[in-house]
Design a protein around this ligand. Structure first.
Ligand SMILES: Nc1ncnc2c1ncn2[C@@H]1O[C@H](COP(=O)(O)OP(=O)(O)O)[C@@H](O)[C@H]1O
Ligand SMILES: [Mg+2]
Length: 204
């Protein structure tokens, strides 16, 4: 991890890899680095996290106090399967982008990106959120199946082993030097903003 350039607000991470390879482990480390000064909204699709969870509706209702807080993490139980989930996630993302202050200093951490509805509001977060101070960490087991914008608009890629060539191709199209098969817990890192690539990192 110390090989990686220090994290900045407004960046978007794609953490890709087959199940069990260490995506959640790495992303929780990244989220805790952000949480020292930003407010993290953790979309816990698999209900793996600990502590009190809130609904996405509650997050939407109290978005003002979330945004104006300092270094809090909110765990949202969200699998995107309930009727109305598209609308309420859309409302939340729109509220973040429309918030009156220029910088909102918020991190959206999607532990399973495939469960996040691919809506215009989500696409706005990924294409225009950077100037607003919105960071994102998206984890994906099957990058082929997640909202495309999470792959195409990432500023930093952490790519663990991907079993399916279609997934390697999806991510590899954006990672200079491509992506390869590798042992469990190891990932290739590519930073779009500096064009830096580091192979075979392991989080210790
Ligand atoms: N770098 C690592 N070193 C040791 N154990 C790890 C490492 N990364 C992940 N693990 C462990 O491996 C298991 C699977 O990791 P996890 O992050 O949940 O995978 P994923 O989210 O990709 O399915 C967990 O029990 C986790 O604690
Ligand atoms: Mg996981």
């Amino acid at each position: 991890m110390d090989k990686i350039r220090s994290i900045e607000n407004g960046e978007r991470w794609l953490i890709a890899g087959s199940t069990g390879c260490g995506k959640s482990y790495l992303s929780s480390r990244l989220a805790s680095l952000y949480a020292s000064n930003a407010n993290v909204l953790y979309f816990d699709s698999k209900n793996e996290g600990t502590g009190k969870a809130i609904s996405i509706k509650t997050a939407n209702d109290k978005i003002k106090s979330i945004i104006t807080g300092n270094g809090q993490t909110y765990r949202i139980k969200f699998d995107g399967l309930d009727p109305g989930d598209d609308e309420v996630s859309s409302d939340l993302f729109s509220a973040i982008m429309r918030f009156p202050s220029r910088k909102v200093n918020i991190v959206l951490w999607f532990d399973e990106a495939f469960s996040i509805p691919d809506t215009p509001a989500l696409r706005r977060i990924f294409t225009q959120g950077r100037s607003k101070g919105v960071s994102a960490i998206a984890c994906a087991q099957r990058p082929v199946g997640i909202p495309r914008v999470m792959v195409s608009e990432a500023t930093r890629y952490c790519v663990f082993n991907l079993n399916d060539k279609r997934d390697r191709d999806t991510v590899g199209a954006f990672v200079k030097g491509g992506v390869s098969e590798k042992p469990r817990f190891r990932f290739d890192y590519y930073d779009v903003l500096t064009d830096e690539r580091i192979n075979n990192i392991k989080v210790t």
